[in-house]
Design a protein around this ligand. Structure first.
Ligand SMILES: Cc1cc2nc3c(=O)[nH]c(=O)nc-3n(C[C@H](O)[C@H](O)[C@H](O)COP(=O)(O)OP(=O)(O)OC[C@H]3O[C@@H](n4cnc5c(N)ncnc54)[C@H](O)[C@@H]3O)c2cc1C
Length: 550
């Protein structure tokens, strides 16, 4: 698959036409939803718009990368062309099904998806022989070539993390999953030693200050070895770090960030409640002002759900209601750093004593889950748990905003988690397809297997480049929320699809618990759920952002 200037120019041409489709569809969407104010009256259509815009953004990220990488990534140009053809063919089907809602005039159709050049591009890009050629190469290599990284520092980061993940995490990942164990302290200690918890924390606060691309590369490699017992360990510090950088006082940054960066403090994020999930503005857990002895602070009371790593964590970033009036919604919420002891296992009771005084209790019990094991996710009852005043981040009423800025970082990181997991599934499938023989030859020789592997690789490449692009966007402007949301949305779907296709390549053995592919499938299922369940991400983050933009 040599680099081809023609192919690159054709991909660019198709992309320009797709951009035109998206621009027109968004303009029409703004009319329908009155500038994004009435998204709920057109939810299914807004989901469609969000997805189309996301896929076209992924085409652009992959095409730019292919041009930059040139010969350094022998698959990239082909993957960009095939993926753009896939998206263009889906766009054409959408325009045929929803012409009014998408503003599909005959002039637009003629200039874009029905243009002869575009028709040829789609037909050529979806040709089975091209996708299968990619798949054959993947079977021969037992995986894809590494994506090209221009910077030495980035390449070194990937190598260092990969070596750690393959030698230290991968050998124990399956046992942790099967036994539903807690991630071993030895892994946490080594990750701390290698500086993984402080990658995106500025050097002034004890971190590496390497930015979001290094963080994503690290996440990808760790998640390929184990989503739950390694890749996800750095999500929580990322979320709290971004919230502290966005709204913490200088004293708070100095107090907490160096200890997070060094791995001394493990973080858990506690937003979700038993009755409150997506509607974060309705969080009920109360924080009442008071004092414990001479110490001013807040007493926290209420219930929380799905708090991952709550047992082992040393601190929670906990969203609570400081204004008792529920009518205040998001404006009544505040973010607290809540210290606690660490507990192994699936249950804990934390009884706090502050200077001999009763500082309240937190009881937690982990909910059993089929995958994403290693950190355990807890339902908790919190009774008059005291938090000193100085642990309120950013002042009363700013919690929702700070939590959301933290979640943008979390979503970016999850784009990396999903990409790493999908890559692991692809490599497992490629390895298996090269060895497993049926009807007298390796199943990787069958063109359908090659076709499936080729499609997986194309989607993973798009997810990866969309995520890297979001990382760079966040490096430039930490307030960006659209790009990380798109990366999370797309990469998580790719991880779900890829793991399931890779499981099928394994046949019945893909359903055997001892094969890692079985774990990959189960782990991937959680990705579209947290940090904004998929429909919420599409409607309330991506569609809102696109449709309210002028
Ligand atoms: C394994 C795991 C780990 C987690 N870890 C954490 C953690 O560490 N910290 C934390 O705070 N939370 C965590 N969560 C919680 C997670 O963030 C929530 O599950 C998620 O935000 C969705 O909330 P919910 O489950 O209450 O679903 P709901 O909000 O009840 O949504 C359910 C479904 O309803 C539909 N829906 C809801 N609202 C709308 C709407 N306005 N329009 C259209 N459709 C709608 C959607 O289809 C959605 O998928 C975790 C969850 C899991 C499963």
């Amino acid at each position: 698959m040599p680099a081809s200037p023609d192919r690159s120019a054709q991909t660019r041409g198709a992309l320009e036409r797709l951009d035109q489709v998206v621009e027109t569809a968004l303009e029409r969407g703004r009319q329908l939803t009155h500038g994004g104010r009435e998204i709920d009256a057109h939810q299914a259509h807004c989901e469609r718009l969000a997805y189309l815009a996301t896929e076209v953004a992924a085409c652009a990220a992959l095409a730019d990368y292919a041009d930059e990488a040139g010969e350094n990534d022998p698959h990239a140009g082909e993957e960009a062309a095939i993926f753009t053809a896939m998206v263009a063919s889906r766009a054409r089907a959408l325009l045929a099904a929803y012409p009014d809602e998408l503003g599909a005039s005959s002039k637009l159709l003629d200039a874009t998806v029905d243009h002869p050049g575009m028709r040829d591009f789609i037909r050529a890009g979806l040709a089975d022989r091209r996708i299968e050629a990619l798949g054959r190469d993947i079977v021969d290599r037992r995986g894809t070539p590494d994506s090209y990284l221009a910077g030495d520092e980035e390449r070194l980061t990937r190598e260092t993390v990969r070596s750690f993940a393959r030698s230290e995490v991968a050998p124990i990942a399956q046992q942790i999953h099967l036994n539903d164990d807690l991630v071993p302290e030895s892994i946490i200690a080594k990750m701390a030693e290698l500086g993984f918890f402080g990658l995106a924390i500025p050097e002034a606060y004890g971190g590496q200050g390497m930015g979001n691309v290094a963080m994503i590369l690290t996440t990808e490699e760790l998640s390929a070895a184990s989503l739950a017992a390694a890749g996800s360990l750095i999500t929580r510090p990322e979320i709290l770090t971004k919230a502290l950088l966005a709204g913490g006082t200088e004293a708070q940054k100095r107090a907490w960030l160096p200890r997070i960066a060094s791995g001394e403090l493990m973080v858990a994020i506690s937003v979700t409640e038993p009755d409150t999930g997506s509607d974060v503005a309705s969080v009920k857990l109360r924080a009442e002002r008071g004092a414990l002895g001479a110490a001013p602070g807040y007493f926290l009371s209420g219930n929380k759900a799905w708090c991952t790593f709550a047992g082992r964590a040393n601190i929670f970033a906990m969203l609570a209601r400081t204004d008792p009036d529920p009518g205040k919604g998001a404006k009544g919420l505040s973010l607290f750093i809540v210290p606690k002891d660490t507990f192994p296992g699936h249950e804990f009771v934390m009884r706090q004593k502050v200077g001999g005084l009763d500082g309240g209790t937190i009881q937690g019990k982990a909910d059993r889950t089929p995958g994403y094991r290693g950190m355990h996710s807890f339902t908790m009852q919190i009774e008059r748990y005291f938090v000193p005043e100085e642990n309120l981040v950013g002042g009363e009423g700013r919690g929702f905003y700070l939590q959301m800025s933290g979640f943008a970082a979390g979503r970016l990181q999850t784009g990396g988690r999903a990409t790493g997991l999908a890559q692991a599934a692809l490599e497992a499938a490629a390895g298996y397809a090269g060895e497993r023989k049926q009807f007298g030859q390796p199943i990787g020789r069958y063109s359908l297997t090659q076709n499936k592997l080729g499609r997986m690789a194309v989607e993973i490449a798009a997810a990866r480049q969309l995520t890297y692009r979001a990382a760079r966007a966040l490096d430039q402007d930490e307030k960006r929320s659209l790009e990380p949301a798109m990366a999370k949305l797309f990469a998580c779907d790719v991880a779900v699809r890829t793991t399931q296709e890779a499981q099928l390549v394994h046949g019945g053995w893909g359903f055997a618990e001892e094969f890692p592919i079985c774990r990959y499938v189960l782990d991937a299922l959680v990705l579209p759920i947290f940090e904004g369940v998929k429909p919420i991400l599409e409607l309330k983050v991506i569609a809102r952002s696109l449709l309210s933009a002028q």
